[in-house]
Design a protein around this ligand. Structure first.
Ligand code: SAH
Ligand code: SF4
Length: 367
């Protein structure tokens, strides 16, 4: 029989209150429930010990308390940790914990950043990225997005201070669930993380960028640009044929004006593809049109793909063009590529039960 109950972690406090009232309960019970989930962090309705037994039973009938199941944790030399989670339907996703990461998107430095997934696979098929290699299978629900944070905090014993939506999937293609998850992550009754500590990365869905600009939170936005000329971007990112650079920049300008905020252009340097001095000059022109700083990332090798990282000399020459034009730009020497946890290395995968690796707390870390 298929599940008809609503996942409790996909609902806002208000929605929980409405549902409880409809079940004949006083509205204040809603806040008690969210206190147990996000404050005291219980993992079952039965653990909500100050609620009457009859109410706990009602909760169990109305809602599911799904949890992501961590089935593997890999830790890298620089202590970046990659979590592989199994969802209720058996699909697998990954989240990456990056301790003490530098300030990349304007947030304070030396914090613990969690990179989370929004979809199983990705439909956008960028040519350089592992996440889209095997296509897309489904959107994550808001509760599945939120639970990545709860599970990693539970397992690591650490408090996450920044969230980046840079795991598997295109966040803006799962817009409603993304916004609901952010509401829960941001709310004082929820995880309580400030909007300025939340960064969304998109491959450039122009209409949704504008929609995001129109909602009130001061979320940070990063654009996966990777090419500043249409002929280059068309070749590596199919989304550019739908929303070419001109259209994308118009949406970006709308965002910076509405939010009074700078955004970040992410630019992977791929050898011989987008890393020439002419590409750098085109990037200068694009960055001048929008209030944007540039974050260059030397390409992380993906098994089975032909692309390579340019030599350091070539990377330096590219950066020199940006510097000479006084474009605020950094180059990111990435963490986690030894465990395939770096940007673009998260791949849709499946794991047969026979290969399930038991997780025994820190002992399971492959450090
Ligand atoms: N779909 C969204 C969110 C995923 S973010 C987006 O594309 O923005 C993942 C980031 O890693 C994106 O900037 C993506 O372009 C980048 N990326 C993909 N493959 C990469 C690779 N092999 N090396 C370095 N960065 C990569
Ligand atoms: Fe999808 Fe982003 Fe990877 Fe492109 S870069 S395939 S949009 S996850």
């Amino acid at each position: 029989m298929s599940e008809t109950r609503t996942p409790i972690k996909s609902l806002s406090l208000e929605e929980i209150e409405v549902r409880l009232r409809a079940a004949g309960e006083p509205a204040y019970r809603g806040k008690q429930v969210t206190d147990w989930i996000y404050g005291k962090r219980v993992n079952a309705f039965d653990g909500m010990s100050n609620l009457p037994a009859a109410l706990r039973k009602t909760l169990g009938e109305e809602f599911v308390f799904d949890r992501l199941e961590p089935i593997r944790v890999l830790g890298s030399e620089d202590t970046t940790r990659k979590y592989l989670f199994r969802l209720a339907d058996g699909a697998l996703i990954e989240s990456v914990l990056i301790p003490a990461s530098p300030a990349l998107y304007g947030e304070a430095s030396d914090r613990r950043t969690l990179c989370i997934s929004t979809q199983v696979g990705c439909a956008y098929g960028c040519k350089f990225c592992a996440s889209g290699l095997d296509g897309w299978s489904r959107n994550l629900g808001a509760g599945e997005i939120v639970d990545q944070i709860l599970r990693v905090e539970e397992h690591s014993g650490e408090r996450i201070s920044n969230i980046v939506f840079m795991g598997m999937g295109e966040p803006l293609a799962n817009f409603a669930h993304l916004l609901k998850a952010i509401t829960i992550i941001n709310a004082p009754w929820g995880i309580g993380l400030g909007a300025r500590h939340i960064t969304i990365s998109t491959s450039g869905l122009a209409p949704q960028i504008k929609q995001l600009a129109d909602q009130p939170l001061q979320l940070r936005l990063a654009i996966s640009l990777h090419g500043a000329r249409d002929e280059v971007r068309d070749r590596i990112m199919p989304v550019n044929r739908k929303y070419p650079i001109e259209v994308l920049l118009e949406a970006c300008a709308y965002y910076t004006q509405r939010k009074k905020q700078w955004l970040t252009f992410e630019y992977i340097l791929i050898d011989g593809v987008n890393d020439s001095p002419e590409d750098a000059s085109a990037l200068v022109r694009v960055a001048r049109k929008v209030k944007a700083k540039v974050n260059c990332i030397p390409y992380n090798k993906v098994e089975g793909l032909e692309w390579e990282r340019p030599s350091e000399a070539r990377q330096d020459a590219f950066m020199a063009v940006l510097e000479a034009a006084r474009i605020p730009a950094t180059i990111r020497r990435e963490k986690g590529h030894d465990i395939a946890a770096a940007c673009g290395q998260l791949r849709r995968q499946s794991l047969p039960d026979s290969e399930k690796i038991p997780l025994q707390g820190a002992a399971a870390q492959d450090t």
